[in-house]
Design a protein around this ligand. Structure first.
Ligand code: 9WN
Length: 461
């Protein structure tokens, strides 16, 4: 066994508190979601994010599925109402009631009406986010109090989910690997991660970025958020896509950023299985969705796995090279239910190693970036802090591979860590892995939603 093998993992006793304390936490979490409800969907947070975000909506629907079927369904359906004609599900759906300028880049900057495929309807961004939605829809159906209503919901949403997955297969696989590329770090959901740094050394031509005013710094500490240089490049990529009319064929030919990311693809794989399950429930053919999930699974192992580092890495398909910085994205193929044991064991070993497990007693799991790398930053956005959504994804992934040595123990520790974090610091957006201090937004919706899912799943065995 390697030095970081499963035996290195000392499983602390995991205290989730008494049933009464857990119930109080669930009630508190549901209160956050209800306060962030705007009448048709849920905002991620009142300060930083006043519109609807795509993968946030999936996490939120999963949390709500336990206690509010109607809003859980509506969350997903309001998002899909803004789906583009080509199947692309935008990463932000703008609320027209929110003053322009409340978030940057806002609807006027994205100007989604320039896209041939943008249907008349709410203004949106022009890029997508990890496709967790089929998995969320399956959870919403599974927990529904009203099965007739839930079946009708699945009937309505199924073709839209199929269109979302078909869009990724048709337009986002230029290398033919069976994997989807992301065309902007915002599509990864982990915008400011150090793995994108090298690719983001793209040169911004003079005048390439119009003057703009960041709104995030009004609400958050600049030490927690991306730097100006990173933001300029994020904005430059938007300008490039927008000015190409969000045309996928032109985008793929000219994009300065084309990356196959393990997190995005592992989520797509898990969702393709969920889509097959939904097809079965509806009496449709699940086979194409299972085949696609199989292709993604093989694609991740053939093109994103590195035998030398024994890790999955993102691949830059313009240069063909792997982006070898180790980050939490490397661990996400655990979400693939068909991941062979040798890969599961390597990920579990990584999770128990000094790269992802702080040695300090009482520290918190799982830091978003490799603890021993020079880029690790305990408080800056996606460069080290712990996030509840990535913890939840790993907890789910470990649970489905619980037979692997050490997996169940780490899953229990992650669950304990998630609960300790929100008890210590409240419903924050991200957390310090050493002290548990909260950073970013307060009353952050997915932190609340996923604690509801975690505690209710544990309570129901
Ligand atoms: C840009 C809403 C979103 C999350 C992302 C997170 C952050 C936006 C931002 O907030 O991104 O999309 O302004 O930084 O990185 O994962 O969906 O919560």
């Amino acid at each position: 066994m390697s030095e970081h093998g499963p035996e290195a993992v000392a499983v602390e006793s995991v205290d989730l508190g008494t049933a009464a304390a857990r119930d109080r936490l669930i009630e508190d979490a549901e209160g956050v979601l209800d306060r962030n409800w705007t009448g048709g969907s849920t905002i991620p947070s009142r300060s930083l994010y006043p519109h609807q975000w795509s993968w946030d909506a999936a996490f939120i629907a999963i949390g709500r599925s336990w206690y509010d079927q109607q809003r859980a369904e509506q969350e997903l359906e309001s998002l899909f109402a803004a789906q583009w004609a080509n199947g692309m599900l935008p990463h932000i759906v703008f609320n027209p009631a929110v003053p322009p300028g409340a978030y940057f880049p806002g609807p006027e900057f994205w100007d989604s009406d320039r896209a041939a495929g943008h249907r008349k309807g709410p203004a949106t961004s022009g890029i997508t986010q990890p496709p967790l939605h089929a998995l969320a829809a399956r959870e919403v159906h599974r927990r529904a109090q009203d099965p007739v209503r839930a079946h009708a919901f699945l009937e309505r949403i199924y073709p839209k989910l199929v269109a979302q997955h078909d869009y990724l297969a048709r337009w986002r696989d230029p290398a033919g690997h069976g994997l989807a590329v992301i065309v902007h770090p915002w599509e990864s959901g982990m915008d400011n991660a150090p793995i994108w740094d090298d690719d983001l050394r793209l040169s911004v031509p003079p005048g390439g970025v119009p003057p703009y005013r960041r709104r995030d710094l009004v609400h958050a500490d600049p030490g927690d958020r991306p730097t100006k240089a990173a933001y300029d490049r994020f904005v430059y990529l938007v300008v490039t896509y927008r000015d190409n009319g969000y045309d996928d064929s032109r985008l793929l030919a000219s994009s300065p950023f084309l990356v196959e990311d393990p997190l995005f693809n592992a989520i797509w794989c898990a969702s393709a299985h969920a889509l097959a399950d939904i097809a079965e429930i509806l009496g449709r053919d699940p086979a194409p969705h299972r085949q696609r999930a199989g292709r993604i699974s093989v694609g991740m192992r053939q093109h994103l796995w590195d035998d030398r580092t024994r890790r999955f890495h993102a691949r830059d398909i313009r240069t063909g090279g792997l982006l070898r910085k180790s980050m939490i994205t490397s661990l996400m193929p655990l979400l693939d239910p068909m991941l062979p044991a040798a890969y599961v064991e390597a990920i579990v070993a990584d999770l128990g190693s000094p790269h992802f497990r702080p040695a300090e007693p009482g520290a918190f799991l799982v830091p978003s970036h490799d603890l021993v790398s020079p880029e690790f930053d305990r408080r800056r956005y996606w460069r080290g802090p712990v996030w509840i959504n990535t913890d939840w994804l790993l907890w789910r992934g470990l649970d489905q591979h619980a037979a692997a040595a050490g997996a169940a123990g780490i899953a229990a520790e992650i669950a304990g860590s998630m609960v300790r974090l929100v008890r210590r610091s409240g419903w924050r957006e991200y957390f310090d892995p050493f002290t548990g201090a909260g950073y970013g937004s307060a009353d952050f919706s997915w932190s609340a939603a996923l604690i509801v899912d975690l505690l209710r799943t544990i309570a129901t065995g």
